[in-house]
Write a protein that binds this ligand. Structure first.
Ligand code: GLA
Length: 667
């Protein structure tokens, strides 16, 4: 490895050469006079290194940016060259530096840190692009330089751009379009030469948590989805979700034979033997009034007619999950009122498996889960449903017993225990055809004596949206795992463009679980790193996308802001719309996007997103892009649950950095 060396000093004159003294003196005086005139006696330029400006303002898609070290804390090293100064970050990364128009240049050597080459996977997957862009006084961006694609082992590329006249500098590292895995990116010897004020980093905008949604009305409101699917003969459990003052009583008109309603809990249970469609009127009453809503019960092959809503243990507890953690979140789902908005599933992720019974091969749980059936009974007794996790391979991702060779047996065991949902992971499955591997589970699920939602989790490998439904999948992950950073959440969420045609009732694209509230992937939890506005964006985008909604924080620890975020009936209604039409991106620019979806009643849901981390900006939707003709339309702000008035031709709103304005447009 060779160390980075500063530029060599000027060489002395060669032996034997006799400099002409008079010539040199005249030249020097001329140079001096010329530079004095041209500079107007300016003070000499100064230099500030990026590492002196602080690493904390440089966002990183994973971990935290470090000064004079790589993202993993090693000496900065690119293609064998070690650098003593710079910033070690991780795609997607961004930093804005304020200039006063008198900065002269930005110079650096950039590349992927050699530390990724410690593993073959890292060496293969690391790829980034560095972008240097600057804004003028009117805030118009100009891209000054792009590195092009850089992979592990590529020599550092030099950037040297002029900054005169610019008011800010943006240093960006993208994932080069293939996800952020192993994208350890170094800005080496990065420095700004300037006159005037020293450049200063700009902090990305981050508002304190603010609550937009008013509390629910005391009168009853039924929030359950309008459609529910069940297979003939499967146990039926549907809890009418309703907000409003308690006590509340429930009734249902037109229930098919085989079903009964508990009027005090609103739970409908039983069995329906024959295929068919039933229109049932749900009624909720309290002392202040009555609410009614039609529910279409579809008895047939297709279940999961709206995206599943619930909780999953992974983003908070990961492998430290216990039976008690699961019970606490289930209890809190009811006590905090989330159940009244349709939140239903309580899903155990990895790390519950024990050893198989040596004689029968039947899977058993480990000591943290003393009785899987008792746990399922407990969750059902709350009016909720329960799910668990396994893997196509011999082991789960965390190294527990997988289901390979036991696919049918395991599904039947889960059914016997009373589980309603299974997520099936893809670790230790290299070389398998996912269509074949997942079909074994899909077929077993169809033979199981109860309805089990089938969640395919192969991180989008081999486009599961193209075959997931045909192997019995109800949802399939479209990407790798989410983390609680803007780059990860926005990269996954906005990356769903183009997938809408694969989603619909019974089969959903899954952009992974929610990262709001406290997360941590282990016993130590922290509040999500997403800003307040990024969290509004996260929930808005997932609801527009008709995505499965799985809360990833311990519900018993939920704060008021997060609870409010997860209990806006009008926002959740988008996700659960019976038409099941996933949103499309209908407009985009360098720092904004507009997404829209059609809803069953003919109205449109539209998200106006500001992708800039620093500045508020106006985002607009043209009604013609929504297929709406001339005329005036009522526009409702869904987070505030407030009509904004009638608009013609377009709607425009001021949107916070990384934030959203979510509206519904009615004819
Ligand atoms: C994979 C999945 C995650 C989680 C973990 C568990 O990474 O994608 O959602 O289930 O495994 O080990």
């Amino acid at each position: 490895m060779n160390k980075y060396r500063r530029p060599a000093p000027p060489r002395p004159a060669k032996k034997g050469q006799k400099p002409n003294k008079i010539f040199i003196m005249i030249s020097l005086s001329l140079i001096l006079a010329f530079s004095l005139i041209s500079s107007g006696c300016r003070k000499p330029a100064s230099v500030v290194y990026l590492d002196e400006l602080g690493a904390q303002h440089v966002t990183a898609g994973w971990s935290e940016t470090k000064a004079n070290k790589s993202i993993d804390g090693n000496p900065l090293s690119v293609a064998g060259q070690i650098f003593d100064r710079g910033l070690g970050t991780h795609a997607e990364s961004q930093c804005r530096i304020k200039l006063d128009g008198r900065a002269i240049s930005f110079r650096a050597l950039v590349g992927i840190d050699d530390e990724v080459k410690k593993t073959q996977r890292g060496a293969e997957r690391a790829s980034v692009e560095f972008i240097v862009s600057a804004r003028d006084q009117q805030n118009n961006p100009t891209v000054l330089w792009k590195s092009g694609l850089l992979k592990a082992g590529d020599p550092a590329r030099e950037v040297n751009v002029r900054l005169k006249g610019f008011s800010s500098l943006d240093l960006i590292v993208t994932d080069a379009g293939d996800g952020i895995s192993y994208d350890h990116a170094d800005w080496c010897q990065a420095r700004i030469e300037y006159r005037g004020h020293q450049p200063e980093p700009v902090k990305p905008y981050a508002a304190e948590p603010y609550i937009l949604t008013p509390p629910p009305a005391p009168e009853p409101r039924i929030n359950s989805p309008k459609v529910f699917g069940v297979r003939p003969g499967s146990p039926f459990l549907f809890t009418i979700a309703a907000t409003g003052e308690r006590p509340m009583t429930f009734a249902a008109e037109g229930l098919p034979a085989g079903l009964k309603l508990d009027s005090s809990t609103g739970r409908i249970t039983g069995f329906i033997d024959k295929p068919g469609t039933h229109q049932v009127k749900l009624i909720a009453r309290n002392k202040l009034g009555t609410a009614e809503k039609m529910l279409r019960i579809q008895v047939g092959d297709t279940i999961c007619l709206t995206p599943p809503m619930g909780w999953n243990s992974w983003n908070c507890w990961a492998c430290s999950v216990t039976d008690e953690n699961v019970r606490q979140s289930a209890r809190a789902m009811v006590e905090k009122g989330l159940i009244n908005y349709g939140w239903t599933y309580i899903n155990i992720d990895d790390c519950w498996h024990g050893q198989r019974d040596p004689k029968t091969g039947e899977i058993r749980s480990n000591e943290k889960f003393p009785d899987m059936k008792a746990l399922a009974d407990y969750v059902h007794s709350l009016g909720l449903k329960i799910g668990l996790y396994t893997d196509c391979g011999p082991k789960t991702c965390a190294g527990y017993e997988g289901s390979e060779g036991h696919e049918e047996q395991d599904i039947m065991t889960y059914a016997k225990w009373g589980y309603d949902y299974v997520k099936i992971d893809w670790c230790y499955c290299e070389g398998k055809d996912p269509r074949v591997a997942y079909k074994l589970f899909g077929d077993a699920i169809r033979r199981a004596p109860r309805d089990i939602i089938f969640s395919i989790c192969n991180w989008g490998r081999e486009n599961p949206w193209e075959w997931g439904e045909s192997v019995g999948g109800n949802l399939w992950r479209t990407t790798g795992d989410i983390t609680d950073s803007w780059a990860s959440m926005a990269g996954i969420g906005f990356g769903q463009a183009g997938l809408s045609k694969y989603a619909g009732p019974g089969h959903w694209n899954d952009p992974d679980m929610l990262v709001v509230g406290k997360v941590g992937w282990g016993p130590e939890l922290h509040s999500t790193n997403l800003t307040t506005d990024e969290q509004y964006t996260h929930i808005s985008l997932w609801c527009l996308l008709a995505a499965p909604l799985l809360i990833g924080c311990p519900i018993e620890q939920i704060d008021d802001f997060t609870l409010n975020l997860l209990t806006n009936a009008e926002v959740l209604e988008l996700d659960q719309d019976p038409l099941g039409r996933q949103a499309d991106r209908i407009a985009e620019g360098s720092d904004y996007q507009v997404w829209a979806r059609e809803l069953e009643d003919g109205s449109k849901a539209v998200g106006l997103f500001n992708l800039d981390a620093y500045d508020h900006r106006k985002v607009r939707v043209d009604f013609s892009a929504l297929g709406l003709g001339s005329g005036s339309y009522r526009v409702r702000d869904l987070w505030r649950q407030k009509d904004l008035g009638n608009f013609s031709n377009y709607f425009e709103a001021e949107v916070a950095p990384h934030g959203v304005v979510l509206i519904r447009i009615f004819r």
